[in-house]
Design a binder for this molecule. Sequence first.
Ligand SMILES: Cc1cc2nc3c(=O)[nH]c(=O)nc-3n(C[C@H](O)[C@H](O)[C@H](O)COP(=O)(O)OP(=O)(O)OC[C@H]3O[C@@H](n4cnc5c(N)ncnc54)[C@H](O)[C@@H]3O)c2cc1C
Length: 465
Amino acid sequence: MAGVTSPGHDASVRGDEVKRGVMTEASVDLCVIGAGAAGLAASIFAAEQNPDLTIELLDGAKTIGAKILVSGGGRCNVTHEAVTPDDFFGTRHLVRNVLAAFPVRETVAWFASLGVDLKREDTGKLFPVTDKARTVLDALLGRCRELGVVLRSGHRVTDIVRMCSHHESGGHESAHFLIRHQEGEVISRRLILATGGRSLPRTGSDGSGYELARRLGHRVTQTVPALVALMLEDSCFHHGLSGLSHEVEVRTVVRGRSVDRRTGSLLWTHVGISGPVVMDASRFWCLARERGETAEVYGNFLPGRTSEQARDWVLAQSAESPRRSIVKTLATSIPERVAEALCRQAGGDPQRPSAQVPRTIRDRLLANLTRFHFPVRRDRGWNFAEVTAGGIPLEEINYRTMESKLVPGLHLIGEVLDCDGRIGGFNFQWAWATGRVAGRAAAASLAQAPSDEQGESTALKNGRT
Ligand SMILES: Cc1cc2nc3c(=O)[nH]c(=O)nc-3n(C[C@H](O)[C@H](O)[C@H](O)COP(=O)(O)OP(=O)(O)OC[C@H]3O[C@@H](n4cnc5c(N)ncnc54)[C@H](O)[C@@H]3O)c2cc1C
């Protein structure tokens, strides 16, 4: 997991420091900050649990749901047929418990109940049958409308103050949140923070939620781009292979130690390497570099074969067809253009008969084949990253309710938390699952609130503007 960069300080204004009387304007039962996948899900589940609640969903963006619309290449990979803790980077037992609270089959049924039927692709990814992300967004927004959730776009939240009210009758204190946004303030009995991470900031997910959480006393671990393409040094041959994809085993080595090894489709691009296997591996390179550690990425273009096995294979091929060029020989296992680039990189002539390739060149070529050092210059950055690695530590959250262990009444969900999934619908599943747990828990806790707090809530509601 990511290391802690900023030892969060105590909430700037804590309940015990500020005691205010009940305010009588713009007060709601539940305020959800962030109308992305997690915030929309939380609002729906809270409202379904208790239709009488007043719920306000605030988002800083002018246009709601931009990230859902661009997801999955515009098709929205809603979830995956098999979701396990192994598909995530985050404190394992906490991730497992959260996922168990909303299994995939229930997610599929929930979407069907919203009018979104999902279909499975060969990879196990689930998409809407319409192949349109718009179907997913419209269904979520439509359900919010049906349930009376008040959705306010262009309401960027700038500050949250936790306040306490003293109840004469019960002698206890109940918490409220004063939420300051671009257009004014709202007071809420419960708060769900669903502000996402830092990926694709133009959609509104600019990382400001981390600061809000920090000010309330939470820590935030280092945040770096994940599921992001890697850019290679200009001197590398990637330009000539742009658009080509094939199976590669990618290994990330940090401070001389192998930290990740995975096989999948690698896509060569005009600036470097991408494709699922690179995107999934990128978080390790990004985290290491952020920490100032040496990090290297290696490729095995003959996945599953060791360098000895690769040597044996090349020698056997050369013995069988000695006059066949080395590039044609390699092309029986890897794309010809890649074989040609690797030969040239090793200083060899791709057209040379394989049996005549000098030993030094052959050794260099074999090293390139199974342990190619990708000269990574940098990652493509937040504008291209699909998710954020790092965030608010899961240890600071009660996984049964997604409620903060530090700030009662505050729930935290989705990408703002220190948990990121691999490519394939897992990040949305995390958003839906955490949203459901928090929405239901917040609604349930409001139903159980002491009668004087509920009375106060009625007074708050009556005083709404
Ligand atoms: C290009 C791309 C493609 C992707 N494709 C997939 C895919 O197919 N499948 C998959 O599983 N995952 C995919 N992901 C990842 C997935 O979209 C995210 O993990 C998921 O959307 C996170 O949901 P969230 O609700 O936690 O955060 P977000 O979706 O980021 O939503 C956060 C919301 O909070 C709002 N906000 C932030 N700060 C404030 C503030 N201070 N005040 C008010 N509002 C605020 C933002 O405007 C935003 O609307 C993709 C991501 C990208 C960038």
